[in-house]
Write a protein that binds this ligand. Structure first.
Ligand code: TRP
Ligand code: MN
Length: 449
């Protein structure tokens, strides 16, 4: 079902969207949304358009994308150093991927707005027998297993907005203020290689970058672009009233609407049905969009999504984020890649190797094995090699901290180590060193593309 004319609230005329909390007090909700609607946009429409044109390069095989950050941001874990450290890893990975692929790496944080989580169970029964709302992310309710914490509180949307503004402000300062300097980032990579068990293996890439920097220096190339980066924000557009309240008419192109909560928005595997309220909402905003594609997606599903979200077939408008799991990617992805190419949809393909590879540890913690994650990346690259299409980019859950949430990597985190530093509010994230391992190993594949 679709409605004839799109408006920021046209999704409200469809059957109710999935994955929304049962807000207990309508008046309280309306008051929060009204406030949110008066807050300044977090991004400017022109920035969203720049990201679309950057992504158009990735659609054409002339750029690679890294989209990465926490599974879910939280209020409690927020600190300037954490923001800095996530950015640091993204930049370090980007240098390796840029060198290896020989094309620019577009940097998109899964940050400054990633506060809502889809859940497989709507409710949870507490130890005392009371049934409460599941934790849906800090934008909605609290993580603690108490009836009070789990009550959806619309004020959380304002708090999420404020934390997003603070985060984005800091990221913008880091991106342009000198922190992202190429030589400095490479120095961090040098320190990583020196301390890594795989150091010898990564040496070829690192010393390649050394000589490139030395050569540029000798040629007295000192462009501004060596000292700063463009950095974009993104999150899953899940809680539609929040997204609607931040959707604004572009001041320079009157008929265009942008969701000013982030540069890029994506729709998740649980809400991506072509007739869903989520897809209706996304179809009308001018931002570049992503759609998660899991192994249950049929050719028909994917083509209908492309048609719904990018009927004009504008390159850079739509990114398909494949999350198949390591065992299914080689058989589930090729027919979809072929059908999309055949239909002439200029999408960016990206690989999310995290969500299809979640397992339970011996101690019953949610975890993922580095080897499985990398196996999906490898399978994904193979599929695109075979199809003659470009493997576009990587979508990752990671943190700059030294957590122990995923198993393996060159530091070889074992099942028994998981308890040491398991902090995630949701899914297990690669730690900084595992993320760099992944970048170097994906870099090896891209260098031979
Ligand atoms: N501005 C260029 C880019 O973003 C080069 C660059 C500067 C860079 N600092 C960087 C690349 C840090 C990756 C990481 O690609
Ligand atoms: Mn997740």
């Amino acid at each position: 079902m679709t409605v004839p004319t799109w408006t920021p609230d046209s999704w409200r005329r469809l059957p109710p969207p999935a994955q929304q909390p049962a807000w207990p007090d309508k008046a309280e909700l309306d008051a929060a949304l009204k406030k949110l609607a008066t807050r300044p946009p977090l991004i400017y429409a022109g920035e969203a358009r720049s990201l679309t044109s950057d992504l158009a390069m990735a659609a054409a095989g002339e750029a690679f994308v890294i989209q990465a950050g926490d599974c879910a941001e939280t209020f409690a874990e927020f600190s300037p150093n954490r923001v800095r450290d996530v950015l640091k890893v993204i930049l370090q990975m980007a240098v390796v991927l840029t060198w290896s692929s020989g094309v620019p790496t577009i940097k998109v944080g899964r940050i400054a707005g990633q506060f809502a989580k889809p859940r497989s169970q709507e409710t949870e029964v507490l130890a005392d027998g009371t049934t409460v709302e599941a934790y849906r992310g800090d934008m909605v309710n609290g993580f603690a297993a108490t009836a009070q914490a789990r009550r959806p509180d619309p004020a959380n949307m304002l708090r999420a907005y404020e934390q997003s503004a603070e985060t984005l402000n800091l990221l913008r300062a880091f991106a342009k203020g000198g922190f992202a300097d190429l030589a400095a980032v490479h120095k961090w990579n040098r320190e990583f290689v020196a301390s890594s068990r795989e150091g010898e293996r990564y040496e070829a890439i690192a010393s390649g970058i050394d000589s490139a920097l030395r050569f540029m220096n000798a040629c007295r190339i000192d462009a501004r672009s060596l000292h700063e980066v463009d950095l974009y924000s993104s999150h899953e557009a899940l809680i539609l009233p929040y997204e609607e309240a931040l959707t604004r008419q572009d001041s320079t192109a009157k008929d265009a609407w942008y969701d000013c909560s982030a540069h890029m928005l994506w729709v998740g595997a649980r809400t991506r049905q072509p007739t869903s309220a989520h897809v209706e909402f996304l179809s009308g905003i001018g931002n570049p969009l992503g759609c998660k594609i899991d192994a249950t997606a049929t050719i028909d599903d994917v083509l209908r999504i492309c048609e719904r979200l990018n009927p004009e077939r504008r390159a850079g408008r739509l990114t398909l984020i494949s999350r198949m799991g390591k065992d299914r990617v080689r058989e589930s992805l090729p027919p979809l890649v072929a059908a999309v190419a055949e239909a002439g949809h200029p999408v960016v393909w990206m690989c999310d190797p995290m969500h299809g590879n979640t397992v339970r540890s011996d101690g019953n913690l949610k975890t993922r094995r580095f080897e499985d994650i990398f196996a999906e990346v490898e399978g994904y690259f193979e599929v695109h090699k075979e199809a003659g299409t470009w493997p576009g980019g990587l979508h990752l859950e990671l943190t700059g901290e030294n957590v122990t949430e995923c198993l393996g990597g060159s530091d070889n985190i074992a099942d028994a180590d998981l308890d040491t530093c398991y902090l995630t509010a949701c899914d297990p994230r690669l730690n900084a060193r595992q993320a760099l391992d992944l970048a170097f190993r994906a870099g090896e594949l891209l260098a031979r593309w």
